[in-house]
Design a protein around this ligand. Structure first.
Ligand code: LLP
Length: 427
């Protein structure tokens, strides 16, 4: 299990492949993923009996296939994510009765498409609202369900990623658990599991509070429970001074809660973890090319060919990503002098700045001197990067590439202009 992360501002290779070679083969901007890093993170979590990947973090089917081959199950929040899981080879049902469901649909609503799909394909549902219980119960009585509960508190790296408490729309409010159980009963649904997810990018202190809430709520449900899910939220370091969460400590807290509940119920409980960011964040690099260097009064801007259309986290949350420079010729920038620079993207919008703080305040970053044609690599970009991209300013979605054993393989072609206008028509 890792403890500290180190970041350098001069990178020449990604997973053993020279950055200029990746840029030449796949173009810029491109998302590059290091398969070994994902596998390493999967292995960190081996103590947890069930690791269920929150694919919203990075749902390319090649990434899903990779984690599936390493024994990770999957979460889906939409009909599209269910279909992705199936396209990546996840089976619809467990190999034998009582095994964990390969795919679980967790959401706060069923849109009409997802409701038809979960009913037709018999996908397990983790219901995050009383209405979901009623709607599923009406369409498919007799099923087992799990409930996502909002325990009344939450925490995230930003207020926008806190999923607990009164300001959050997520889950069934903890004081309404008894009502939710009555609704399930009335509709002929058996509640076999509870799920708590308090936010994304949280910390061990807050994550630990969830165990106590789970124990209290699980006792309220009683012996019908066979599964408890700790949700996701495990953070990764984005800055040198940040540490990893001690997975061992975290596991032991949950395992102790599980054991107390097992003693109370007199049967075994499956403990699930539902990480997104932890598995994929550090595997991902957004490679961009510097296309202009501008002086604005006292600020120097490196303007690159990737923008918030590719990586929205800085503009949305003021999120900090480590960055490095790779010279066009592939040499190391380690000997170059460093300067405080602002990194901007190509979009016609002032907020298209990768070095910004929450609230939109422009910050600078100390990076090696660089010019047009050199590469800027935005790091720890594998989670909530490509999946949150848009076509703003009619920019195509970037290419995605997976490197395994030194081989770089395209896993998504860069969009073409025809892709961009597909479905549009002039009447
Ligand atoms: N389970 C549930 C029910 C969730 O809502 C989420 C994240 C996860 C698991 C995975 O959380 P993780 O382990 O990745 O922290 N776009 C934001 C993050 C939004 C997270 C949404 N839900 C960001 O870029 O930081």
């Amino acid at each position: 299990m890792p403890t500290k992360s180190t970041f350098s501002t001069h990178r020449t290779h990604i997973a053993g492949v020279p950055v200029p070679e990746l840029a030449r083969r796949f173009g810029t901007p491109s998302y590059i993923y290091d398969a070994a890093k994902i596998v390493e993170r999967v292995n960190d979590l081996k103590q947890f009996e069930v690791v269920r990947y929150a694919q919203k973090a990075c749902s390319n089917i090649a990434i899903l296939d990779l984690v599936r081959r390493h024994g990770v199950l999957v979460d889906a929040v939409s009909a599209g994510e269910i279909r992705r899981a199936l396209a990546a080879g996840y089976p619809l049902h467990p190999a034998k009765h009582g095994d964990p469901h390969p795919i679980v649909y967790t959401a706060d609503i069923f849109d009409r498409e997802s409701l038809s799909l979960v009913v037709e394909q018999d996908i397990h549902c983790n219901c995050g609202s009383p209405d979901m219980i009623d709607q599923l119960g009406e369409a498919a009585p007799g099923r087992e369900i799990t409930l996502r509960i909002n325990p009344g508190f939450g925490h995230g790296h930003s207020q926008k990623t806190n999923t607990g408490g009164e300001q959050s729309k997520h889950g069934i409010w903890h004081e309404q658990l008894a009502d939710a159980l009555r609704r399930a009963d009335h509709r002929g649904l058996a509640v076999t599991g509870l799920h708590l997810h308090i936010g994304s990018g949280t910390d061990l202190e807050h994550l630990s509070q969830v165990c106590g809430a789970m124990e209290r709520l699980a006792r309220e449900v009683g012996r019908s429970l066979t599964t408890i899910s700790a949700g996701g939220g495990l953070p990764v370091p984005y800055r040198a001074e940040q540490n990893y969460v001690d997975i061992d400590v975290y596991y032991k807290l949950w395992d102790a809660s599980r054991k107390r509940l097992e003693d109370a119920f007199g049967h075994r409980l499956t403990l699930e973890l539902e990480p997104g960011r932890y598995l994929v964040a550090e595997s991902g690099y957004l490679v961009a090319e510097i296309r202009a260097v501008k002086k604005m009064g006292g600020n120097t801007f490196y303007v690159v060919d990737a923008g918030f259309n590719n990586l929205a986290r800085p503009i949305l949350y003021g999120a900090y990503h480590p960055m490095s420079i790779c010279p066009a010729d592939g040499s190391s920038a380690a000997d170059r002098p460093t300067h405080d620079v602002v990194i901007g993207g190509p979009l016609c919008e002032s907020g298209d700045i990768f070095t910004q703080e929450e609230g939109g305040f422009v910050a600078t970053r100390k990076l090696p001197a660089a010019g047009v044609g050199d590469y800027l690599v935005i790091e720890v970009a594998g989670a909530y990067g490509a999946v949150m991209a848009s076509n703003y300013n009619s920019k195509p979605l970037a290419a995605e590439v997976l490197i395994a054993d030194g081989n770089a393989e395209p896993i998504r072609a860069r969009q073409t202009f025809e892709d961009l206008i597909r479905g549009e028509r002039i009447p």
